[in-house]
Design a protein around this ligand. Structure first.
Ligand SMILES: *[C@@H]1O[C@H](CO)[C@@H](O)[C@H](O)[C@H]1NC(C)=O
Ligand SMILES: *[C@@H]1O[C@H](CO)[C@@H](O)[C@H](O)[C@H]1NC(C)=O
Ligand SMILES: *[C@@H]1O[C@H](CO)[C@@H](O)[C@H](O)[C@H]1NC(C)=O
Length: 265
């Protein structure tokens, strides 16, 4: 009699306890998982990497919260807002081989893509980046991307900064680049680009940093008027500049080592 009287509330308390445990577990799992599109997109990126000898992407594992993976930032809840992967130049194993997978176009909140000094990322310019409405910063530096910079780059009108420095891009700088009117930084130096610098670059009024290979018949100091925010000294043409022609920057800067091509303002 006494036993059955006390066992009923006990059963209730136990049930409540298990109910709480299960719901808690459910909510913790739910809140520690990033958006499924972002996880899929990043795992697609990883799967197109053919060599990662230093294990840079080893924390990128299916079923874990991609916001906690190395090089990933999520500023808005469960959405990835930036990928910042940088190889260390003093470590020979710190490189990635492979291509930039179009699956990155699933990361709809991506604001910045930084693939720096990874040395062996190859393939063409990732044109699918124009499918990302929030993308403001692209830094794909010191890799092995090749081919022409596509005219469709002019579709990335939200960009504040674009650097493709230190790759193997060939051909002309597309004139459509002048449609990127929000650009404050444009770095295309240390490639194999040829042809004139598009005159329309003058329209990029907010540009404060510009680095280009100087292969053009038209020199930057002819392009930029005095009213422009950019000063001649911030333009660093490094390669193929005829030794005996006028330099747009003071002699002291002429012999900068090639490693310092990055603009330092
Ligand atoms: C660099 O990338 C190329 C092309 O993907 C590949 O054939 C080569 O093996 C890579 N080099 C290293 C050291 O992984
Ligand atoms: C992107 O640019 C290309 C060439 O400039 C153009 O033909 C194409 O329609 C553009 N695409 C989008 C989605 O705006
Ligand atoms: C250029 O910069 C100014 C001041 O920072 C800003 O108000 C303006 O909107 C910018 N122009 C473009 C096209 O982004």
């Amino acid at each position: 009699m006494e036993l059955s009287f006390s066992s009923r509330p006990l059963r209730f308390v136990l049930l409540l306890f298990f109910f709480l445990i299960f719901t808690l577990q459910y909510f913790t799992v739910a809140s520690t998982t990033c958006h499924v599109d972002d996880e899929t997109g990043l795992l697609g990126f990883k799967s197109s990497i053919t060599a990662d000898p230093s294990g840079m992407l080893s924390s990128w594992k299916p079923g874990t919260d991609c916001c906690t993976w190395a090089f990933i930032t999520c500023l808005f809840k469960d959405r990835v807002t930036s990928i910042f992967i940088s190889g260390q130049s003093d470590k020979p194993n710190s490189f990635l081989s492979g291509r930039i997978s179009p699956s990155l176009s699933k990361l709809k909140s991506l604001n910045g893509l930084y693939l720096l000094n990874l040395r062996n990322i190859s393939g063409p310019f990732p044109g699918f980046l124009s499918e990302l409405p929030n993308l403001q910063f692209i830094y794909i530096e010191n890799n092995k991307l090749s081919g022409q910079i596509p005219a469709s780059i002019g579709n990335l009108t939200g960009l504040s900064a674009l650097s493709l420095a230190g790759n193997r891009f060939t051909g002309p700088i597309p004139s459509s680049i002048s449609r990127l009117t929000k650009l404050t930084q444009l770095k295309l130096g240390q490639n194999l680009l040829s042809g004139p610098i598009p005159y329309g670059i003058r329209q990029l009024k907010n540009l404060t940093v510009l680095s280009l290979d100087q292969t053009a018949s038209l020199a930057p100091y002819q392009i930029f008027s005095r009213r422009s925010r950019i000063s001649e000294s911030s333009i660093f043409p490094i390669t193929n500049f005829p030794e005996n022609s006028r330099h747009p920057f003071p002699p002291s800067r002429r012999n900068w080592p090639t490693s310092s091509w990055a603009t330092m303002l």
